[in-house]
Design a protein around this ligand. Structure first.
Ligand code: SF4
Length: 124
């Protein structure tokens, strides 16, 4: 795919559930949760400084041969909420380790937290 991309000057929209693959194929990355973008930036920035708690958990959940077992903090707890009965406030709040009462207020907007780095979270 990368060879074809260079040869034919293609743009791909590449969708994956394995964030470790993103490093090899992407320039710009949008992380989605429950149908909306929760973080968006260039690949280098995302891998060096993931901001959104969901993105951070995705990175921790990537298998690592130097770790014999998945650590407890690399497990995203709970289930994805029913899209027809979305949580109040932040959609990730039922599963977020940083959640506080403020997260159940207004639904967070996707905001530019630093130049070119967008996140949908009131705490990062
Ligand atoms: S707004 Fe709150 S619940 Fe949502 S991702 Fe940020 S810290 Fe977690």
């Amino acid at each position: 795919m990368i060879d074809l991309q260079k040869e034919l000057d293609l743009t791909y929209l590449f969708i994956t559930h394995d964030i470790s693959v993103v490093k090899y194929i992407s320039d710009e990355v949008a992380v989605m949760y429950l149908g909306e973008i929760v973080e968006q930036t260039d690949k280098k920035t995302l891998f060096e400084n993931p901001r959104h708690p969901y993105t951070r958990l995705l990175f921790k959940s990537v298998p690592d041969i130097s770790r014999p077992f998945l650590s407890e903090d690399g497990i995203i707890k709970g289930e994805i909420p029913n899209p027809t009965r979305l949580p109040k406030g932040c959609f990730f709040s039922p599963r977020c380790p940083l959640k506080s009462r403020d997260c159940e207020g207004a639904h967070p907007l996707l905001e530019e937290k630093s130049p070119g780095h967008f996140a949908r979270c009131i705490k990062v």
